[in-house]
Design a protein around this ligand. Structure first.
Ligand code: FES
Length: 115
């Protein structure tokens, strides 16, 4: 069973494969900030500190809201990200969250090349 370690709250939970990070945070009180749950507001922005290879691919909503500037730094939206097999550790940062929430979404019409 994969696990998610929420670094900020120092909580580790075992989760089923294909689990959504935000959903698991809500269920197990991982503490990841959130608001819309739909990839729009940017509140759930987080950084996988380990286990990036165990996450599924970046979604269009993440490309819109995070843009290359945050994706390149490794950030993801917890509400759009799923854990495959293997463990991951995520953290988040108030200042980054503030900046991402303020960021105007990019206009992306179609799915672009997978990363
Ligand atoms: S909770 Fe709004 S983008 Fe994830």
């Amino acid at each position: 069973m994969p696990s998610i370690h929420f670094i900020n709250t120092d909580k580790t939970v075992e989760v089923p494969e294909e689990s959504n990070i935000l959903r698991m945070s809500l269920r197990h009180e991982g503490g990841l900030p959130n608001r819309c749950g739909g990839g729009i507001c940017g509140t759930c922005v987080c950084k996988p500190e380990s286990g990036v290879e165990n996450l599924d691919k970046v979604k269009v909503q993440e490309k819109r809201k995070l843009g290359e500037e945050w994706l390149e730094k490794g950030y993801r939206l917890g509400c759009q990200t799923f854990v495959n097999e293997g463990d991951v550790a995520i953290s988040w940062d108030d200042e980054v969250t503030k900046q991402v929430k303020r960021r105007k979404p990019d206009k992306i019409k179609r799915e672009v090349t997978a990363r």
